[in-house]
Ligand binder design. Structure first.
Ligand SMILES: [Zn+2]
Ligand SMILES: [Zn+2]
Length: 367
């Protein structure tokens, strides 16, 4: 088994600034590597070519040679509080967990090999812009506790790539069911001594069996369990803007290790595919109503990709509850939960009552 040519020894040095030797990071503003010290810029060399689909069954066999770390010198660390594992390239570190805000005490170790990412949406929103978006979001929330504002500082949210799977497959499904066709009868009845009629709908059911097939192209399955599902649902991505993964995109950022395995991802894909196939079956049965009794689906030509998608994530504790905030690293859109500060609400209530008392006192005295 050949190693991925993209992950070679030179890749380590590629992150060093040609001009001053410092570590460069992937810069969302320029879309390339930038040196934080001298400002030198470098584009990300595309060494891997195109984004290619991988054969699903080849990767299901327990053959660890097919697995590789995200970069040669990649390190990983796991959060003891929530269990999330992130990969990064030194000198990047992970002191706090971006997902739960917990302190990371474990020492980083060499990154475990995994199914290498195939495609990435690089960060295009800078930490500054994400922070401004977050400030706007917080300021538009009434009664938000003051410590929420701390999160809006650019260094308080981490830039982290979230893992996704995407699957392609051909499906052939045999089904049995029934087609319902409506017909109407005229019914006669008496009302207040008058003879009346009405149309009543009935359904005739006919047995129907058949076959449908479909080509699934890029059904996306989030492979993270660290972000709230409703946030993940609302994260919108332009998948046509994916570029082939290069370790340089990791420089200065973190990437979360997938928490949904390839096999689990495929099961989730089948669940989504089944819903779509049921709709196809209903369309094939036709008529006014359908009953689906049985669908048997064969999957073939199954391929997949592992993708990394960029978010700024942060979490904070308030009254012993963890609140999470996520900013889309491509659009700047903010998803977040916010607590209500009962202290602020209480203070405002007291102010209002005091004002009422003053008004009453003034009016009482003037009488
Ligand atoms: Zn430099
Ligand atoms: Zn955590």
């Amino acid at each position: 088994m050949q190693n991925n040519p993209r992950i070679s020894k030179e890749n380590i040095n590629r992150f060093l600034c040609e001009s001053c030797g410092a570590n460069m990071g992937f810069d969302a503003a320029s879309g390339g590597l930038a040196c934080p010290y001298c400002g030198h810029r470098q584009s990300v060399a595309q060494t891997g070519g195109t984004i290619t689909e991988k054969d699903f069954y080849t990767f299901l066999r327990p053959d660890s040679e097919r697995l590789q770390p995200m970069a040669v010198n990649a390190m990983q660390v796991s959060c003891e509080t929530c269990g999330a594992t992130v990969t990064f390239v030194p000198p990047e570190t992970a002191r706090n967990c971006d997902f739960c805000g917990g302190k990371i005490v474990a020492q980083p170790k060499s990154a475990d090999p995994l199914v290498a990412p195939e495609g990435v949406l690089p960060f295009s929103v800078t930490a500054q812009v994400a922070s401004t978006a977050l400030k706007g979001w917080i300021n538009s929330r009434w009664f938000a506790p003051g410590n929420l504002k701390v999160l809006a500082q650019p260094d308080k949210v981490g830039s982290v790539y979230i893992p996704y799977w995407t699957f392609d497959a051909e499906t052939d499904s045999q089904y049995t069911g029934e087609r319902g066709e409506y017909y109407y009868d005229t019914e006669y009845f008496e009302e207040n001594g008058e003879q009346k009629s009405r149309q009543v709908r009935h359904t005739n059911w006919f047995g129907k069996s058949g076959a449908v097939s479909r080509h699934f192209d890029d059904l996306y399955i989030p492979a993270t369990k660290s972000l709230l599902p409703e946030y993940v649902k609302h994260l919108s991505w332009k998948f046509n803007e994916l570029v082939p993964y290069e370790p340089a995109y990791l420089a200065g950022h973190k990437a979360q290790t997938y928490q949904v395995s390839l096999e689990e991802g495929f099961e989730l894909f089948k669940q989504s595919a089944t819903e779509i196939i049921y709709n196809d079956v209903r369309g094939d049965i036709g008529g006014d109503e359908q009953r689906v009794h049985n669908v048997n689906t064969d999957y073939s030509n199954i391929t997949f990709k592992h993708l990394l998608l960029p978010v700024y994530a942060g979490a904070y504790r308030y009254n012993n509850k963890v609140f999470q905030i996520v900013v889309n690293g491509r659009t700047g859109e903010v998803q977040g939960e916010r607590p209500y500060s009962w202290l602020k609400i209480g203070c405002l209530t007291i102010v209002i009552i005091a004002l009422l008392l003053i008004i009453l006192a003034v009016f009482g005295a003037s009488r």
